[in-house]
Design a protein around this ligand. Structure first.
Ligand code: ADP
Ligand code: MG
Length: 265
């Protein structure tokens, strides 16, 4: 079942006074089956976060269309979309003095009706998400005083609490220690397999993307450079072209996937 269809999206940030450079996303098209783990790779400034913001309908494309489970974005309200897509941004906001539990519980907002108080079921869902992301011990802490990795896990827990079929993640592992990187990515991967959740995640670590993704989309200067299985898109030529880096690529010793080793001269 197709859960997301992106058809020839074009987008540009408006030039402000004094700007000489305007970034454009051009002719972005791809579609995803339900339960796919898609990783987006690309150099800094290639448009990865911009694409996620478009998929979350924070930004509107100038042309092209997006459909989610067959329904066009233009016909979907913000509230309806927030039951379908959750988004963990690259730098989640921490300028409000909420506790971790309150922040995670906000993931239930799309489902609240009437006077809008969370019930026991909502609290139960929030607690279960906190358990999965290993932040239960932080429940009563103020989110303003957490480490980068703790914040990332809080916002992931909030996204899980939203219980959406699509999860957008912008560099979810940048601040995580090694154990939490593996644990969180294993958790996310299991969601795609057991719950058929579709994950779209930006990564910098090509090896992590190779290990966990079904499909990799490489963005280069606002265009789709490659879209396919890790073994078909991760090769020396592509990485040299897009990232300008010399690499050696062999196979992961256990899993039959590409392993990338940097080879600086
Ligand atoms: P990536 O996530 O791949 O590093 P981004 O999508 O954040 O890249 O940004 C792509 C390009 O768009 C960059 O050159 C960035 O400077 C520019 N950009 C990002 N946000 C804005 C904005 N609000 N207004 C103008 N340009 C922006
Ligand atoms: Mg980014």
């Amino acid at each position: 079942m197709l859960c997301l269809e992106v058809d020839n999206i074009n987008f540009n940030y408006k030039l402000r006074k004094g700007d000489t450079f305007a970034f454009r996303l051009e002719n972005i098209s791809f579609s995803l089956e339900k339960g796919t783990f898609l990783s987006i790779l690309g150099p800094n400034g290639s448009g990865k976060s911009t694409l996620l913001r478009i998929l979350d309908k924070i930004l509107n494309p100038n042309s092209g269309s997006i459909s989610i489970f067959g329904k066009n974005y233009n016909r979907i309200s913000r509230r309806e979309l927030s039951k379908l897509i959750s988004f963990v941004p690259q730098s989640p906001p921490t300028n409000f003095p909420y506790t971790v539990f309150e922040t995670v519980l906000m993931g239930r907002a799309p489902y609240l009706t009437g006077i809008g108080f969370e019930n026991e079921k909502d609290k139960h869902i929030a607690t279960a998400s906190m358990e999965k992301t290993d932040i239960l011990y932080l429940a009563n802490r103020n989110v303003q005083n957490l480490s980068g990795g703790e914040i990332q896990r809080v916002y992931l827990a909030r996204a899980l609490t939203q219980q959406t079929p699509i999860l957008l993640l912008d560099e979810p592992n940048t601040h995580l220690d090694l154990t939490h990187q593996i644990d969180i990515l294993t958790l996310i991967k299991s969601l795609t397999i057991e719950n058929e959740i579709t994950v779209i995640s930006v990564f910098h670590d090509i090896n992590l993307a190779s290990l966990f993704s079904d499909i990799i989309l490489i963005l280069d200067k606002g265009r789709v450079f490659e879209f396919g299985k890790p073994e078909n898109v991760l090769n020396q030529t592509n990485i040299k072209k897009v990232f300008g880096a010399e690499t050696i690529i062999d196979q992961h010793p256990i899993k039959k996937i590409p392993r990338i080793t940097l080879n600086p001269n």
